[in-house]
Write a protein that binds this ligand. Structure first.
Ligand code: ATP
Ligand code: MG
Length: 358
């Protein structure tokens, strides 16, 4: 029996509620799938880390993470940090950059009980996480914003062949494991060089994946298609900013952002992170919906399963997905989904459902 070591970073707001809820469900799923165990490594991050170590992401946390191949990251409320911490890159950005987590994988999948705009949506957005026009994400010093005078602001974006290749390979490989359909989203009629290169490299790589059907759309046209027929799409690959906007749109089309999971990964490491924020308005009341964090944890197991060729992890991930859907369908829901279950009780119900699946 293999034991994996995964980090647990609870973060701020509802993090100390939804992250332990996810740990509970993961442990139950692994036990049900055949006994693989996780050695959980708790690490400080966020407001509590500022108070105890003077840093939102202490050096000791980064060092410990370097020895792990995955972790659960709770949300952070960096807007509420005291200066100078508030003005710095936020904790997830710091970690993402430090470990070059270049792929942001955001599924949008509807299920019964969630208020989907397009029922039957089951797509995954693969977002390039290090380049484009987002200064704080870029690993390149030349990318960013500046103001030559107080009345002129300039933004620069960067796209490199190497970065497009690595994200496109992730997307093609994922499409191959799913419905074998890949959509490239760009704006090659206006941002001809940058997103044009993105499109060209994806098309070149398509030759190596004859089993995957490839099409492409401009970002503006893509929003129209998603609203009308999100259920026609399988895997979507795009650059940083387009992926940011498109994944919120897709998340809402599939249900609500409150249940949308994500994983940020490199070839070596993966970080599970809910798409929503720290929800300070409901923190500490045992009413937060842990679904996004639980499903993000399932994605991490799936990623680990593929990386270590460990079918038990893949199986546990599938059990969690089914367990969440079955629990919601049976009527156990948190307040935001119209129910009365608390965070802890909801997680326990998912854990019990998962155990009953085997
Ligand atoms: P951030 O800047 O960190 O993304 P945000 O401004 O987008 O934060 P959230 O923290 O995501 O805000 O919260 C937005 C609203 O959604 C709040 O009213 C919050 O209570 C609610 N919310 C967010 N996550 C959850 C959750 N898991 N369960 C229930 N309600 C949630
Ligand atoms: Mg937000």
């Amino acid at each position: 029996m293999t034991t994996y070591r995964l980090g647990v970073l609870e973060g701020d707001g509802i993090g100390p509620e939804i992250v332990p809820a996810s740990v509970l469900v993961v442990d139950a799923a692994l036990a049900a799938a055949g006994g693989t165990a996780i050695d959980w490594v708790g690490l400080p991050l966020g407001r509590s880390a500022i108070d105890a170590y003077g840093e939102a992401v202490p050096e000791s946390t980064l060092t410990a993470l370097a020895g792990l191949d995955g972790w659960l990251l709770g949300p952070h409320d960096s807007a509420a940090y005291p200066e100078p911490h508030r003005s710095r890159l936020n904790p997830s950005g710091t970690i993402r950059k430090h470990f070059d987590l270049f792929a942001n994988i955001r599924p949008a999948k509807s299920f019964d009980g969630a208020d989907a705009v397009v029922a039957g949506t089951d797509l995954v957005i693969v977002r390039e996480n290090t380049q484009g026009f987002y200064a704080d994400r870029s690993t390149y010093k030349g990318s960013g914003e500046f103001m030559p005078t107080p009345d002129v602001a300039i933004a620069m974006g960067i796209i490199t062949r190497a970065a497009v290749e690595r994200i496109a390979i992730e997307a093609f490989e994922l499409a191959r494991r799913r419905r074998k359909q890949l959509t490239v989203v760009h704006k090659a009629n206006v941002l001809k060089m940058t997103t044009g290169l993105f499109l060209d490299v994806c098309r070149e790589l398509a030759a190596g994946y004859p089993d995957v059907a490839v099409d492409d759309f401009h970002i503006d046209a893509m929003t129209v298609h998603l609203v009308r027929r999100a259920d026609d799409f399988d895997v979507i690959v795009t650059e940083n900013m387009f992926g940011d906007i498109l994944s919120d749109l897709a998340g809402e089309i599939a249900g609500s952002l409150g249940i949308a999971p994500s994983v940020n990964s490199s070839h070596e490491r993966a970080m599970a992170q809910a798409a929503h924020g720290s929800a300070p308005d409901i923190a500490g009341q045992d009413v937060a919906n842990p679904i996004a964090m639980i499903l993000s944890s399932a994605m991490l197991l799936d990623w680990l399963g593929a990386r270590h060729h460990d079918a038990t992890l893949t199986e546990a991930a599938a059990l969690i997905e089914t367990g969440v859907a079955d629990t919601v369908r049976a009527g156990t829901r948190t307040r935001d989904m119209g129910g009365t279950a608390g965070t802890r009780d909801f997680a326990q119900a998912v854990a019990d459902t998962v155990k009953g699946l085997r």
